[in-house]
Design a protein around this ligand. Sequence first.
Ligand code: HEC
Length: 108
Amino acid sequence: MPPLARPKELDAAAIARGKGLALNGDPKRELPACTTCHGAAAVKALPLFARLDGQSAVSLERRLKELDSAYVASTAGPNPMYPIARKLTAQERADLAASFASLQPVPK
Ligand code: HEC
């Protein structure tokens, strides 16, 4: 039997780049810090904010790509992720995914 597929190895450089963006955003591009809404304090205060810490990098990267879509842009009520997701490059999506995947999940 072939071995089970292993999750993508997380690259330390990608984690470091993603962490910088997650914690500080990029004011020049009006990109807010992810942790404003996805940090431990925020996700405990408001269940709407998704818990990203400890999710798989593959799934996080795919969700970031999906959130940059015409469908999300058109859904009723402003989805705060659309304007954010559409500013991210493919490299940044991968870096942010690696960074959040490297963290311990936030307990409920
Ligand atoms: C203004 C608040 C806010 C900020 C800032 C923010 N997010 Fe979000 N994010 C949300 C909300 C609300 C959702 C739920 C949206 C939905 O599911 O349609 C979400 C959903 C997500 C999801 C999907 C999670 C899942 O489990 O499906 C990912 C991935 C994500 N955000 C990543 C990020 C990253 C990376 C950043 C920083 C570049 C960021 N977010 C910044 C509010 C925010």
